[in-house]
Design a protein. Structure first.
Length: 275
């Protein structure tokens, strides 16, 4: 729907047709001159660009240590190490109190358990809020996570608490993203931590990654390993849309300084162009 407002009889003459719907009019006086403000509207078809831009994806990598979440735009969010430390401290205190077996110890266990639960939920809430705001800031229409089942399979040492944290974080993201009309989808990416996400390289090898460092043995690209994985997760959703015939051939992956579509076309952000 396109809206416009014109002043004066001659200015609105071109809009006084059946194509335009008159919605309201106000009369104003300025310096002994009267101005008639007429608001009109008309349905217009989307432009070619509007029809072709079928979505921007924010890829997200979740971790049991280091940062809780890393995005394809290079945002590093939350502190998984601190979350695990607080959990371990709680478990240690609970274990010591259980050994006493007193009623007083039982009440203390309930109290520290409630405090830890509230603290954990608040930490995940803040990370989820930051993830959704990152998606909004980059005009994303979808957020891509790795399928939780594949996270459990890939991270064999993930505790039940960490698995709960992943589920809870994704749940928070889903209802927050819904407020902005952003979809949340998961993918089943094989080797996201071993595949090079740079350009059309895609070389996959377990030796590409060494802890937090990723260096492609083929093209030499160096990235933070979690950032590289987040890019691969986002790419997987973009290509899934393309292969499924969802009509999103020009869907894009949100990156640090712009977006990249499945055809390899990079579009820098306005900030990157000014820089």
């Amino acid at each position: 729907m396109r809206h416009t407002s014109q002043r004066g009889r001659h200015a609105v003459r071109g809009y006084w047709t059946d194509e335009w719907e008159k919605t309201e009019a106000t009369l104003h006086k300025r310096d002994d001159t009267y101005y008639l403000h007429v608001a009109v509207k008309k349905d217009v078809a989307p432009s070619c660009d509007e029809e072709s831009e079928n979505g921007v994806v924010l890829g997200v990598d979740l971790n049991v240590d280091g940062y809780v979440a890393v995005t394809s735009t290079g945002a590093f969010l939350g502190n998984a190490d601190h979350l695990n430390h607080r959990r371990n401290e709680y478990e240690r205190r609970r274990g010591n109190l259980q050994q006493t077996g007193t009623r007083s110890a039982h009440l203390i266990i309930k109290g520290i358990g409630s405090r830890f639960a509230r603290w954990s939920a608040d930490s995940l809430h803040r990370v989820s809020k930051a993830l959704v705001q990152e998606a909004v800031k980059n005009d994303c229409t979808a957020i891509a996570f790795e399928n939780l089942k594949h996270i459990r399979d890939r991270i064999s040492n993930a505790s039940k608490f960490q698995q709960w944290a992943f589920r809870e974080l994704q749940r928070h993201v889903e209802y927050k993203a819904e407020e902005y009309g952003i979809d949340v989808e998961d993918v089943a990416p094989a080797y996201t931590s071993q595949r090079c996400s740079h350009g059309e390289c895609g070389f996959t090898h377990e030796d590409n990654r060494d802890g937090d460092e990723f260096e492609c043995l083929k093209c030499g690209k160096e990235l933070h390993s979690d950032y590289n994985a987040a890019r691969n997760i986002g790419w997987r959703l973009v290509h899934h849309w393309l292969k499924s015939g969802a009509g999103r051939a020009t869907s894009q992956l949100a990156l640090k300084s712009g977006t990249l579509n499945a055809n390899g076309r990079f579009r820098p952000t306005a900030t990157a162009l000014r820089g």
